[in-house]
Structures are given as C-alpha cells and as structure tokens.
Ligand binder design. Structure first.
Ligand code: FDA
Length: 413
C-alpha cells in the first residue's frame, strides 16, 4: 500500500494550488482526479482567457449560509498574492471591467503555471483515476497525526494522514463535475446545504416569452434587482436576450440570489429617464413615431418590440409622439424602467458557471478548512461559498486552498 501525508481529490483550481503549496512546504502529496485532463474549468473560463481574480475582493462578494466564513482565508491569501505568482511566471494579464483580471493570451498559461508549481513541490499525480471508497481509521501510523484514511482507487489502495476534498460543484457534468465531495461529507455525517445552479441564465414560459424571443442576441446595459422587498440585491451590468430567456452578466449575477417563484426587476434604460424624454419630445411637437424617438434611448430592436406590446393603450404606442397621450408616454417609460417578470426556471447545471450550496461552513474551520471529522478538509467550490461573477470564484479556490495547505503543513510536518 502506498503512503502519502495528504491525498487531494480533484485536480481543478483549488486542488492543484493546494497540492503545490503543501508539496513545497515539505509534505508528500498525491493529487487524484477521475478526468484525463487537469483543470478543465480553468481552460474554458473567461472565454479561454480566465478571469483568474478580482482586484477588489471581500466577503460581500460571496453568498452562502455564512459568507463571512470566507473572510479569514481571503485576507490571508489575497488577489495581490496570486497576481505576484502570475507575474513570477511571466504571464501577461490585464484588467477588463470592474477589477476583473484576465490572461492576455490563454488560460492554459495558468494551468501550466499550477502544474509547474506542483512539480516544484514534488506532487504525485494519479490521473485519470476513479475512486471507489474511503475509510477512516482512528489508529494512525503517521507520527504527528491522529487520523488515517484509506482510499481504494483503480490504482490500488493508498493510505494518508489527511484527505482534502477539492471536487468542485455540479456545473458542467460533461467535463468531470460529480457529487463525490457531497457524498464524502455525508459519509462522515457533515451537513450539506442543498445545491442549486448559480451564475446561470434564466428561462421563461415559452408563450409569454414569444414576443421577446425575436430579440435573441441583443445586449444592452441594464440595472437588475431581485423582486423581494427585503434584502434586495442590485447589479448594473449587461443583459443578453436569448431564445428561451435572459442571460449576460446582469442575469448571471442576479440568478445566484433569485428564488424560484419570485420576480426580477429590470430597468432597461438606466441612464435615461425615458418618460421625461418622451414627454419633452411631445412638448416640442415632435412628429416622429414613438419607436423612432425611443430608439435614441434604447437599442432600436428593443424599441420596436416594446411599442408593439402596448395594445392596452389602443395602439397609442404606434403613433407619432405629438399625438400620444401623456398617460401612455408615462406608462411606456415606467414600464421600461420597472419591467418586472417572473422566471420559470434556469438553464440548469449544464449552463451554470457555479453551484451554490455545498458543504456547510458550520462544520468547517475558517482558519484551516478542516471539518469536524479529524483530518478531512474541504476547499473551493464544494464548500457552501459562492462568488459573484468576476474572478471571485477562482480567488476563493486559491485562498481556501492556501489556508488548507498551511494548516496541513502545521499539523503534519
Ligand atoms: P473545479 O471544478 O475547478 O475542479 C474540480 C475537479 O475535481 C475537476 O478536475 C474534476 O474532474 C474533479 N472531480 C470531480 N469529481 C471527482 C471524482 N469523483 N473523483 C475524482 N475527481 C473528481 N470563475 C472565476 O472566478 N472566473 C471565471 O472566469 C470563471 N469562468 C467560468 C466559466 C465556466 C464556463 C465555468 C463552468 C466556470 C467558471 N468559473 C469562473 C467558476 C470556476 O471555474 C470554479 O468556481 C472553480 O473552477 C472551482 O474550483 P474547484 O477547484 O473548487 O473545482
């Protein structure tokens, strides 16, 4: 039977980084993944350029039962620390939008960087390697450690003093996502917060959506908010119309906070007071059709579709501005500024960037990521900590991995 100080399951962002740091701190580390390729999510992230962190990170950018749990790890390994590592490897990067840092060339450079760091730490890779079962033994052959895990895999059985679960969430099953991490948590009686797709496009009833489906592909800046009166979340980002509903950064952000059965609210012209501008056009005797005047304030395709929705005003929205009633112009402006609609669902894990929910932080130490099951650690997305869109999820992967690796070295060396 082979022996290691630490077995890390999941060679994604968190697993690779944790393995490299723990290895460089002198631990014997094996990194196991059932997929043939490492870090597929890094490879496809940020359109192939990976939005690997954000310059402005705080616990306020995360959700979960207790987002403050993330505070300690985020403070001990910051975006600046990761940027330093990226610089050390000569990888060019740039800031795109709201503090989001992307590689200049390719996400593959980050994967190569993490693999090089693993090599520097003497990490053993078992990949592809399916795992069968995990057993805990209270009698440990490992000097300083009280725990011992035996893991049966297709490469045989290994023994280790600590087991780190870095298997990520359920999104994009076709590139290796599995529920293994949640199953291990349950095996050791650790609570798991129910999971759901997050950072995901929202869908609508097909008949109700039909008038907007023709806008598919249209993108515009909006303000978006959750519909509830209490604890409203609000973002200013771009919205994208799709055949089945809404997507784009605005909708991905709000989807993480959206609760089934509740509405979302959109202001489709956040930098204009549309009603006022239409009334002013009328006062100036403007004879152009409402849609044409509106097209100066929102994209013309949206203006056309929107005025076609106005039968309740006897098709007044099809008239020239100077012939429309003040009431109908006001109604048009207000409806654009306060469009309230209730999604029927989401595009699910197949399209979600992340999984909300996961291993309950109440059962984990925010200092070390160790669970109340001795020697069993959880890092990255498998934990009930979900970041906003914008590099926050990778930063959580790096920070939680670093905290875990430091704690492993302190307890096992
Ligand atoms: P991650 O999913 O990276 O790794 C988990 C690993 O565990 C995988 O290699 C998997 O094969 C392995 N595994 C799973 N089950 C296993 C089992 N049973 N046995 C063995 N191995 C197993 N975030 C961000 O901050 N910026 C961005 O630009 C993007 N972009 C983005 C785009 C897309 C399309 C997606 C789907 C996601 C993003 N994200 C993102 C989110 C980000 O990719 C994600 O939060 C991190 O990869 C999570 O890192 P982890 O290491 O926790 O899991």
């Amino acid at each position: 039977m082979q022996e290691f100080d630490v077995a890390i399951v999941g060679a994604g962002a968190a697993g690779l980084f944790c393995a490299s740091v723990a290895g460089q701190l002198g631990l014997r580390v094996v990194l196991i993944d059932h997929s043939a390729r490492v870090a597929e999510k890094i490879r496809i992230s940020g359109g192939g350029r990976s939005n690997f962190t954000n310059t402005q990170v705080s616990a306020a950018n995360y959700l979960g039962q207790n987002p403050r749990f993330a505070k300690s790890a985020l403070a001990r390994y910051t975006p600046r620390d990761f940027v330093e590592l990226v610089r050390k490897h000569g990888i060019g990067f740039h800031e795109k939008h709201k503090g989001q840092l992307f590689c200049d060339q390719s996400a593959q450079q980050l994967i190569d960087m993490l693999l090089a760091e693993c090599t520097a730490g003497g990490v053993t890779h078992w990949q592809p390697c399916a795992l069968h079962s995990v057993r805990f033994s209270a009698s440990s052959p490992f000097g300083k450690s009280a725990s011992c895990y035996e893991i049966d895999s297709e490469r045989g059985t290994l023994r280790c003093a600590a087991l780190v679960v870095a298997t990520g969430g359920l999104s994009i099953p076709k590139i290796g996502a599995s529920n293994w991490g949640y199953r291990i948590a349950r095996q050791f009686d650790l609570p798991v917060v129910p999971t759901r797709p997050a950072l995901v496009p929202l869908t609508f009833d097909a008949a109700a959506w039909a008038p907007f489906a023709e806008l598919s592909g249209l993108s515009l800046p909006v303000e978006i908010a959750t519909g509830g009166k209490k604890d409203t979340m609000r973002f200013q980002e771009d919205l994208l119309f799709t055949h089945r509903g809404l997507s784009g950064p605005a909708v991905l952000q709000i989807s993480s906070y959206w609760q089934s059965g509740t509405p979302i609210r959109l202001n489709l012209a956040p930098s204009n007071v549309v009603a006022e501008q239409l009334l002013q056009a009328k006062a100036e005797g403007n004879r152009r059709k409402i849609a044409n005047v509106l097209a100066a304030l929102v994209p013309s395709r949206l203006a056309d579709t929107w005025v076609a929705r106005g039968p309740q005003y006897g098709h007044e929205w099809n008239r020239p501005v100077n012939e429309a009633s003040d009431k109908s112009l006001q109604a048009l402006g207000e409806q654009l500024a306060r469009w309230e609609l209730t999604p029927t669902g989401t595009e699910g894990y197949a399209k979600a960037e992340v999984t909300a929910g996961g291993v309950d932080t109440a059962a984990l130490s925010s200092q070390s990521m160790e669970s109340r099951q001795s020697g069993l650690y959880f890092i990255g997305e498998v934990v009930d900590i979900t970041g906003w869109l914008g590099g926050y999820n990778f930063q959580w992967a790096w920070s939680s991995a670093f905290a875990c690796a430091q704690a492993l070295a302190a307890s096992l060396r």
